[in-house]
Write a protein that binds this ligand. Structure first.
Ligand code: NAP
Length: 285
């Protein structure tokens, strides 16, 4: 049985491959796929099978995906095009007789107002309809999403946003990757849906505090209205669509949609998740 990882050129996919190897999975049983296989050459040198897979050009069948294999479908990054792209990979896995598709989804994907949920909910439906057993990893927020905010705070002393008193139950990508490696390598996760998050939901005041500690300077959280936030983002050069998306996500955070903590992530990895301040402290220079 092989474990096929899509998006292995990305941050999360690479961490999953590393985590599988750390857990003692035979590199010869891991297939790392991506659009730019040259970026996976180092994994190839470690014995991992490296194969090209472009979601926009998925073949009818491939020699490296066979009956009984498990496929990790890391959700793509081309927002608005992902359902068709994901469906192409799901079709490939279905035709090959894959034993299971593990999909990185979004919190409460089928029952949330989260702006980015509809593509994930649609993908979950395609997987269910394929008849291939599945595991849904409904990943909460990555702490690393706030790395650009940290850079801004380093320059300005301000964390500006319109999330109000909303809280974020984030965890670092490596924690989500470890959970993915666990469900890929272990039996017993058939048709399971995990709501993954950090153990602690933090506020933006606490984020500013963590930044201040890491930077050794004062950092304050500036509460903006959605209108003010949008204007700041447009002023910083974002286009209308991206600015609207960022403001909508902050609105979702204000509504508490990213604050839910279920303990699923800690249970899967068998330890507490890495707290936000610890990840932030690793960014200090
Ligand atoms: N939970 C969160 O906080 C959060 C935040 C951001 C994103 N996400 C989601 O989680 C996913 C993984 O996160 P990440 O940080 O690892 O993102 P990332 O570094 O941008 O990786 C995305 C991966 O998807 C691949 N991909 C995109 N379009 C593709 C296509 N047409 N064919 C084949 N591969 C394609 C990329 O390939 P290339 O290297 O060739 O571009 C890359 O390997 C993202 O794609 C997104 O869906 C979640």
């Amino acid at each position: 049985m092989s474990i096929v990882v899509t998006g292995a050129t990305g941050h999360l996919g690479r961490l999953v491959v590393e985590s599988l190897l750390d857990r003692g999975v035979d590199p010869a049983e891991v297939v790392a796929t991506g659009r730019s296989v040259e970026r996976l050459a180092d994994l190839g040198e470690r014995g991992v099978r490296v194969e090209r897979l472009d979601f926009d050009d998925v073949p009818q069948d491939v020699p490296w995906l066979a009956a009984g294999d498990v496929v990790l479908l890391v959700s793509g990054s081309e927002v608005g095009r992902r359902v068709d792209q994901h469906a192409a990979v799901i079709g490939l896995a279905q035709r090959a007789g894959a034993a299971r598709i593990v999909y990185t989804s979004a919190p409460a994907a089928d029952d949330t107002a989260l702006v980015l949920a509809p593509e994930h909910a649609a993908t979950e439906r395609v997987i269910r309809e394929s008849g291939v057993p599945f595991t849904f990893l409904r990943n909460g927020w990555y702490t690393e999403n706030y790395l650009p905010t940290f850079e801004q705070a380093a320059a300005t002393g301000v964390v500006a946003g319109s999330a109000g008193d909303g809280r974020i139950a984030s965890a670092p990508r490596a924690d989500y990757a470890e959970a993915a490696a666990v469900v890929l390598a272990e039996p017993g996760h058939e048709n399971a849906v995990y709501e993954l998050s950090g153990d602690v939901a933090w506020s933006f005041d606490e984020l500013a505090e963590a930044f201040a500690a890491a930077l050794g300077r004062e950092v304050a959280y500036q509460r903006l209205t959605s209108e003010q936030h949008r204007d700041v983002l447009l002023g910083a050069g974002l286009d209308e669509g991206t600015a609207g998306f960022v403001v909508a996500l902050d609105q979702n955070a204000a509504e508490g949609l990213l604050a839910v903590t279920t303990g699923d992530l800690a249970r899967l990895v068998g330890r507490p998740t890495v707290p936000m301040p610890q990840t932030v402290s690793s960014w200090s220079r």
